[in-house]
Design a protein around this ligand. Structure first.
Ligand code: NAP
Length: 459
């Protein structure tokens, strides 16, 4: 009866995880998807707690209490702008848990493991260990605790490959001769070191892609844990996590027109790549006033807002919605152009704008909005930089050459809201700011938008 209940709760949890993922694939159903997945996790926990192999609940309940407090605190106090580093920490915890389960299982029955179980266990521990240190370094880079630019040295890729080959070599040996405790711990140690070395040469700008990849590793490590423990829900959830993370990494690379190899081994954002030939700028930026822009907006027939990372740091999502409301009341058509990698995580802009109740029907993806720019009277770029950098289209020597951009420079007029001369995440200069069609409106985006609302009302 007990086993029947456990398997039923695992089946239910797995179905809910799949429905949850499906819901998360669309902004309108994302919230419901999240709730379904949460309920699925509750089912999986309840099922696991019913397990007859549990002899004492003391440690489990202590872990549950500590984990809940940490999780709640992170959910309540970590701001949206720090979500990438928060996710990196979660991956590190999850992967470390998988590695520890594998280590304790090897410690318990090491020498008696059959080939398949040892293969799954070695895979779990190796991926778990490298994901732990890789995610911790990703967290430190994103949080600014260590330098965010790529850390490189001569022969780095070859050294990393040799280390990885050595780790895999020990892993393969252990599959056939599983008894050696020293070799097992050497493999674990090398995997921990490899995680650090893997992330070291990757700059902060590429960190979201790397984290999505690490997320995929953590998922696969959990799936392997499921094989070791004969736990179905771990196998299913881990595989879903593993493959969705991998697909997301590929989609992000595609949106930046970069290959996965380039992201992992290209040291993008280092001094060498940042100063691509042809990236130097001439001329000056043209500063405009709130009143001028307010008049342009008030008498426009079509306005497109293009939000970027600055919208998130300024928390200007409600202010932009207010400006849109005021303009729409005057009969102006308002649309939002959303770049797939605007901000610092996939769907960043969608989440922020949904929080301010911007109707989903007003959001347009890159391919939909680009043909509309020539007929747009005013395009308002709000704290976006790299995703509107025309060098990606016009300068074949630019490090971001070929990255699809929002072609805002084709609009009749462009106004850029940013605080000053700060660069985007890639560290590149943006020729858009020097074009005659562009006016610069300096200041914090929320503050500028709030003042624009008042000015448009009096225009
Ligand atoms: P961005 O290139 O990072 O530029 C953000 C701009 O916002 C900066 O130039 C900054 O200029 C301005 N800003 C910052 N705080 C502001 C504030 N309070 N008010 C007004 N402006 C403010 O942003 P993006 O155009 O959204 O591009 C995203 C970048 O992240 C791309 O390079 C993308 O490849 C990378 N990335 C994103 C993802 C993802 O999943 N979204 C994944 C991987 C990589 P000032 O300092 O002058 O204000």
């Amino acid at each position: 009866m007990q086993t029947y209940f456990i398997e039923l709760s695992y089946l239910l949890a797995s179905i809910l995880f799949i429905l949850g993922l499906k819901g998360l694939s669309h902004p309108e159903t994302a919230k419901r998807g999240m709730h379904l997945a949460e309920f699925g996790m509750l089912m999986a926990i309840i099922g696991t707690l019913m397990h007859h192999q549990i002899v004492s609940y003391t440690w489990i309940l202590s872990g549950l209490a500590i984990g809940s407090v940490v999780g709640l605190a992170m959910g309540v106090w970590v701001p949206m702008t720090a979500m990438p580093q928060r996710t990196a920490l979660s991956h590190a915890f999850g992967a470390f848990a998988a590695a520890l389960v594998g280590i304790s299982e090897f410690y318990r029955v090491g020498g008696h493991l059959d080939t398949i179980t040892m293969g799954a266990l070695g895979f779990e521990v190796m991926l778990g260990a490298l994901t732990t240190t890789g995610s911790l370094l990703a967290f430190a880079k994103l949080q600014g605790l260590v330098r965010g630019t790529p850390m490189t040295y001569k022969g780095q890729n070859i050294f990393n490959m040799v280390l990885l080959a050595g780790t895999i070599g020990i892993f393969v040996y252990l599959i056939f001769v599983p008894g050696s405790m020293p070799l097992f711990f050497t493999m674990v140690g090398l995997a921990f070191i490899f995680g650090l070395l893997l992330v070291m040469p990757i700059g902060s700008a590429d960190m979201p892609v790397v984290m999505s990849l690490l997320n995929s590793y953590a998922g696969l490590a959990s799936a392997a844990t499921g094989f070791v423990l004969s736990n179905n829900v771990l196998i299913i959830a881990g595989t879903l996590d593993g493959f969705s993370g991998f697909i997301l990494s590929i989609l992000m690379c595609r949106a930046m027109n970069r290959s996965m190899t380039n992201v992992l081994f290209g040291a993008f954002g280092s001094a060498v790549t940042a100063a691509g030939p042809g990236s130097e700028q001439h001329g000056s930026m043209r500063e405009v006033s709130i009143d001028d822009i307010a008049v342009q907006l008030a008498y426009a027939s079509k306005v497109v807002f293009v939000p970027g990372y600055g919208l998130a740091t300024a928390q200007a999502q409600h202010a932009v919605r207010e400006l849109a409301d005021v303009l729409e009341k005057r009969g102006v058509t308002v649309k939002y152009g959303i770049h797939p990698v605007a901000g610092r995580m996939p769907g960043h802009m969608n989440v922020l704008l949904a929080e301010a109740n911007v109707p989903y029907s007003s959001l347009y993806e890159l391919e939909q909005i680009n043909p509309e720019f020539p007929s747009t009277d005013v395009t308002v770029v709000i704290g976006a930089n790299d995703v509107v950098n025309p060098d990606a289209r016009d300068n074949p020597n630019s490090p971001i050459a070929g990255m699809p951009i929002l072609e805002v420079d084709k609009a009749k007029s462009v106004v850029v809201l940013k605080r000053g001369q700060g660069k985007g995440f890639s560290g590149l200069e943006n020729p858009l700011f020097f074009k005659p069609v562009t006016g610069m409106l300096y200041g914090d985006a929320k503050d500028t938008l709030t003042r624009l609302v008042q000015a448009v009302q009096h225009a």
